[in-house]
Design a protein around this ligand. Structure first.
Ligand SMILES: Nc1nc2c([nH]c(=O)n2[C@@H]2O[C@H](COP(=O)(O)OP(=O)(O)OP(=O)(O)O)[C@@H](O)[C@H]2O)c(=O)[nH]1
Ligand SMILES: [Mg+2]
Length: 342
């Protein structure tokens, strides 16, 4: 659960940016360290990943090492970036840069009076954390890519084989999208897709059709036009719900309905939405910082774009072709020219 001041949206204007770096510290049992903000401090009582503000001229790596020494008394080796979350608070833009901690030495103690807790990853959502931490917790727990299915050609078996191949490549979240396919055929394909997804322990969300989602126990994905018509969650809380969003109003609606995650795009121009220019990462971030939902960027993206998506606060990427087509095998490297003509 996350709270915080993010719902009062101020004009972004020329607010200052505060760069914060925080660490995901894991013990040998896979538990993650949270610290509770001490009484009397801003956001007192909320749990957070230990860390603090980057000082002028300081690198994020040096800042994280300094903060964890000051706050916990441990020495660390900074590991891979997990994600950077831009977040608009009433008086500032926050950039929460979260790094994994590759190794640490010493025994972690709350040196500033803060309580500490070692938490099993799947229990993180139970902790009350600042709003920018919700996407971070999602990044730790949920898939970093989401397949949106292309329509079938003539052959249903070939389509199911294509889905099976995508699951074999690691897809674990599937949006079942079937525009223009009649109801009987859609149902047959959905039954096959649900069987394959169950076998791969992958999630499936039906695009647009709440009755079909309820009848099959699948999740539901709301196209933005459908999202705008709703004022209550169309499936029970235990059932996955996602939505497509293009602006801040739609993101706020998705959050109010209790969507589990959203897709925002098009990031780049794509053949499936001709005539729509891409928003680019700058506009994506301007939307990202007004919401605390997990957001997949969509539109002309492929798994290669996951690291850049994470740097802009995305959960990862969603794609049709970029996740359906097998990745191109790299072209053989050309031998360097060994002779030159004169
Ligand atoms: N450390 C940390 N800060 C977070 C997280 N999420 C989040 O919104 N923040 C915000 O980022 C800012 C970090 O400031 P901090 O209070 O830890 O900074 P600091 O250690 O340098 O302390 P100080 O400025 O009081 O000396 C706070 O506004 C805090 O609410 C998180 O997971 N970890
Ligand atoms: Mg701190």
């Amino acid at each position: 659960m996350t709270t915080g001041p993010s719902r009062q949206v101020p004009p972004a204007g020329s607010l200052p940016t505060v760069h914060v770096v925080a660490g995901v510290i894991t013990d040998t049992r896979g538990r993650i360290l949270l610290a509770r903000r001490a009484p009397g401090r801003e956001l007192a009582g909320l749990w957070e990943f230990p860390g603090g503000k980057v000082e002028p001229g300081e690198s994020p790596e040096a800042a994280l090492a300094r903060e964890l020494e000051e706050e916990l008394g441990i020495g660390i080796d900074v590991g891979a970036p997990l994600m950077t979350v831009p977040h608009l608070a009433p008086s500032r833009h926050l950039r929460l840069d979260v790094r994994r901690v590759a190794a640490w030495r010493g025994s972690a103690k709350g040196r500033e009076g803060q309580a500490l807790a070692w938490v099993q990853p799947e229990k993180l959502p139970r902790y009350d954390m600042p709003a920018p931490d919700r996407p971070v917790v999602a990044a730790l727990l949920q898939p970093d890519h989401c397949l949106v299915t292309p329509p079938p050609d003539l052959d249903d078996e070939a389509w199911l084989a294509g889905l099976g191949a995508a699951l074999d490549r690691g897809v674990r979240r599937v949006q079942f999208r079937m525009p223009g396919v009649d109801a009987d055929r859609r149902r047959r394909l959905l039954d096959g897709a649900l069987r394959l997804c169950a076998g791969a322990r992958a999630q499936l969300l039906v695009n647009g059709d709440a009755a079909l989602a309820r009848a099959t126990g699948a999740g539901l994905h709301l196209p933005s036009a459908r999202l705008r018509e709703l004022d209550a969650r169309p499936v029970p809380p235990g059932t996955l719900l996602s939505a497509s969003c293009h602006d801040a109003d739609e993101l706020a609606l998705a959050e109010a309905l209790g969507c589990d995650f959203v897709l925002v795009g098009p990031l780049r121009a794509t053949p499936s939405h001709p005539g729509q220019p891409g928003m680019g990462w700058g506009r994506f971030e301007a939307l990202r910082e007004r919401s605390s939902l997990p957001i997949y960027a969509i539109g002309g993206l492929s798994p290669r774009d996951i690291p850049v998506a994470r740097r802009h606060g995305a959960q990862g990427i969603a794609a049709i072709r970029g996740l359906w087509d097998a990745p191109a095998t790299p072209a053989p490297r050309r031998a360097p020219a060994t002779s030159s003509r004169s």
